[in-house]
Write a protein that binds this ligand. Structure first.
Ligand code: TMP
Length: 196
C-alpha cells in the first residue's frame, strides 16, 4: 500500500508520519518512510522559491516532477518488497504549490490542473490514498515561527492560496483531516483508514 501525506507547511505531516509509522510497525507491518522533494529545496532552488512568479513556478514544477519521476522507481521497489510506503508530499504538492502560481499562464485553475495532470502522466506509481492535513495559513505561520526561520515558500497569502487548491480543485482526490486536532487523534484516524 502506498499512502501520501499532503498539507501546507507546518501542517504536521512529519510528526504524523512518524507516529503512524510507529503504530503500524507495532502491528508487524513493514513501513518505508520517504519524502518529496528528495533534494534539499533551499540549496537547489532557493532563488526560484523566493520568487512568486509563473515562470519560476513552471521551472519548479518540472524540477519536482523530474524528482518524482526518479523517486517513483524507489517507491515501486519498496512496494514490491512488501513495504507499506508512507510518503511525506507527492503529486498534489506540486499541483497546489506550483499550480497556484501558474494561473497567470493558463488563466483558470481547471486549465492549470488539466495541464499539470497531462505532464504528470509520466508518474505511473500513484498513492492508494492521499491524506490531507488541513490547517489555516494563520496556524501554519505561527507554528513555523515557533520552529525555525521562514523560507521563501512560507508567507501567509501564498500559503492561503496553496491551501485553497487543496481544499478546492484538488479536494476530490484527498481524504481530508483536521490538522488542528491533537496528533494522536489524527494518527488514530489515518491508522483506521489504512487498516480498513
Ligand atoms: P518540506 O518542507 O515538506 O520538506 O517541503 C519543502 C518545500 O517544498 C515545501 O515548502 C513545499 C515545497 N514543494 C513544492 O512546492 N512542490 C512540490 O512538488 C514539493 C514536493 C514540495
Amino acid at each position: 500500500m502506498f499512502v501520501a501525506l499532503e498539507g501546507i507547511d507546518g501542517s504536521g505531516k512529519t510528526t504524523v508520519s512518524s507516529g503512524l509509522r510507529h503504530k503500524l510497525e507495532n502491528d508487524g507491518i513493514k513501513v518505508y518512510l520517504t519524502h518529496e522533494p528528495t533534494f534539499n529545496v533551499e540549496d537547489i532552488a532557493g532563488d526560484l522559491i523566493s520568487r512568486r512568479d509563473s515562470e519560476s513556478a513552471l521551472k519548479l514544477f518540472f524540477m519536482f516532477t523530474e524528482d518524482r519521476y526518479k523517486h517513483q522507481a524507489e517507491i515501486s521497489e519498496k512496494l514490491d518488497q512488501g513495504y507499506l510506503v508512507l510518503c511525506d508530499r507527492y503529486l498534489y504538492s506540486s499541483f497546489a504549490y506550483q499550480g497556484s502560481l501558474l494561473e497567470g499562464i493558463f488563466g483558470t485553475r481547471e486549465k492549470v490542473v488539466a495541464w499539470m495532470s497531462g505532464v504528470s502522466e509520466i508518474i505511473k506509481v500513484r498513492p492508494d490514498i492521499n491524506i490531507y492535513l488541513d490547517i489555516s495559513a494563520d496556524t501554519a505561520i505561527k507554528r513555523i515561527w515557533n520552529r525555525r526561520r521562514i523560507t521563501g515558500f512560507e508567507d501567509l497569502q501564498y500559503l492561503d492560496r496553496v491551501r485553497s487548491y487543496y481544499t478546492g480543485v484538488l479536494r476530490k482526490h484527498l481524504i481530508m483531516m483536521n490538522g488542528e486536532d491533537p496528533v494522536e487523534r489524527i494518527v488514530g484516524s489515518i491508522y483506521d483508514i489504512i487498516r480498513r
